[in-house]
Design a protein around this ligand. Structure first.
Ligand SMILES: [Zn+2]
Length: 511
């Protein structure tokens, strides 16, 4: 295998070149190879060219590219020392290597961290801490608009909004089973007054308590709660990065409480909701569905009765079939408490990103003694369905930015109209009047009164991916008109102010 030869060659050169190489380890597969070690020197990416050159000198038949260098724990154990890992890849030919580098460049262009920085959407601060993203005003607009949209769609499918605190006592998560499940990943919050709280890693246990706050009749079900809020996970410090792995994620989460005879209809309802939302976002074509079922060899890994499991796996399969989801059966991928349907999307690098999910749960209602009163006046246990549609806002925004290379649809764009005066002095009065008029109509406007010349302002507007650029000169001022250009187009169109406002409002409404 080519990567095996690459790995051995790299190890050999490093041992010759650097001092006291120890704690080393080699790994290779079809995709890549890596070499882990500790030595007296500090290495970085700037050592790559000379290492690559030396490797080429020793074996001219290998086309090697060193890809990254970083710190990892020795033997993957967080209690051990940090060592260095160099990752590389060997290609069959120069053409293959060049093709790969071109693809990497393309992916870098799409990288959401880069786009997020350029478009001023989010940032990180050493004072605040790693893994804690801060949304800027422009990023907050995107997040708020997404929330409004997902809530609007979910309401059509019967969801109502609830709101819960971030803290809860440990006993809540012990009862739900999350304390055992998340273990070390729970953040504990204590005070000198004797408080001992958990920062919520999920919303389900809180939601069960809103359900339990009143006696529910069979006629009231399904009851569906949704909430977009922060959830907290104490990830390993080495694992956090970008917007994809963070300590605080904002999750769009929801739960349905049902009678057993409503399971089928509810799975259907939730699948249609997911399809509805992703089709509007222009992402639906880019997915596959996993029917995640038990590992049949190890029934002891799951809770609940075999009959419940059999029934629910069949129900999920038949609804998936009915809706033409073309679901792939993935054994052993079920949750601890029930089977699920997972919707998986491809990101810009072709990696699978699992976002929406529909999970049946028989266990949690029992753990919290939830009930409803049936038609005979008897107490019955409801079934719970956990579902995510948008999932984590951070991951969803990353996917959107990468998918559309930063060009968002008008309704999501932080700035919808960018007004540029040809001359700050002569055109300011009309430009400001226009800005005010558009803002009265809830259109998000930026007025560029910077000292830059016109062509620089036009370039900046395109760089910030503003969908509409309005240029104000003498003609526009004298006739009280609007001349605009669409992002990526050199063509100028002229409309009356009222026509322009209806154009924008129509496009926003259409989504
Ligand atoms: Zn849940």
């Amino acid at each position: 295998m080519l990567n095996e030869r690459g790995a051995n060659l790299l190890a050999q050169i490093i041992k010759e070149r650097y001092h006291n190489v120890r704690m080393d380890n080699l790994h290779y597969d079809e995709k890549e190879f890596y070499y882990e070690f500790k030595c007296d020197e500090d290495l970085g990416e700037n050592d790559f060219p000379s290492l690559e050159e030396e490797m080429k000198k020793r074996d001219a038949s290998l086309y090697i590219k060193l890809l990254r260098i970083g710190g990892v724990y020795y033997e993957g154990n967080a209690n051990n020392e940090m060592i260095m890992r160099i990752v590389g890849k060997v290609f069959k030919s120069r053409e293959e290597k060049e093709e790969y580098l071109r693809e990497m460049e393309e992916a870098k262009l799409r990288d959401h961290r880069k786009i997020g920085e350029e478009l001023d959407l989010f940032c990180f601060s050493d004072y605040v801490g790693l893994g804690l993203p801060l949304y800027t005003p422009r990023g907050t607009i995107i997040k708020d608009e997404l929330q409004k949209e997902i809530e609007r769609v979910c309401r059509k499918y019967g969801f109502v909004k609830v709101s819960c605190p971030s803290l809860a006592s440990l006993s809540l998560f012990e009862t739900s089973g999350h304390a055992q499940k998340f273990g070390e990943e729970l953040f504990r919050v204590s005070s000198n007054q004797g408080h001992d709280f958990i920062l919520k890693p999920v919303q389900c246990p809180h939601h069960t308590q809103i359900y339990a706050s009143r006696i529910r009749s069979y006629k009231e079900l399904p009851i569906r709660y949704m909430e977009s809020d922060k959830q907290y996970r104490a990830e390993l410090p080495g694992a956090v990065g970008g917007l994809s792995r963070v300590y605080a994620i904002t999750v769009e989460d929801g739960h349905s409480f049902l009678r057993p005879d409503q399971i089928r209809d509810e799975i259907r309802n939730l699948c249609l909701l997911i399809k509805d939302f992703y089709s509007r976002m222009g992402l639906w074509d880019n997915h596959w569905v996993s029917l995640s079922v038990r590992d049949k060899e190890h029934p002891e890994k799951y809770i609940g009765s075999q009959e419940d499991w059999n029934l629910c796996e069949e129900l999920l399969a038949s609804v998936a079939e009915e809706l033409g989801l073309d679901a792939k059966v993935c054994e052993g991928e079920a949750a601890l408490y029930g089977p699920k349907l997972d919707f998986i999307f491809k990101d810009a690098l072709g990696r699978d990103v699992q976002i929406p999910t529909v999970q049946l749960d028989f266990a949690m209602p029992k753990r919290f003694n939830l009930f409803y009163i049936d038609e005979h006046g008897e107490k019955q246990t409801p079934v719970m369905v956990h579902r995510a549609v948008l999932g984590s806002y951070e991951r969803f925004i990353a996917l959107l930015l990468e998918q559309f290379k930063g060009v968002l649809p008008l309704w999501l764009s932080p700035t919808q109209v960018n007004i540029i005066p040809v001359n700050n002095k002569y055109h300011e009065e009309y430009a400001l009047k226009l800005k005010e008029r558009l803002e009265d109509e809830d259109i998000r406007v930026n007025y560029d009164d910077s000292k830059e010349n016109l062509s620089k302002k036009i370039r900046n507007s395109n760089m910030m991916k503003n969908p509409y650029m309005v240029i104000i000169g003498d003609k526009e001022r004298d006739h009280q008109e609007v001349s605009y250009r669409l992002l990526g187009s050199e063509e100028t169109h002229t409309l009356s102010l009222e026509e322009f406002i209806s154009l924008i409002k129509e496009e926003v409404k259409k989504r």
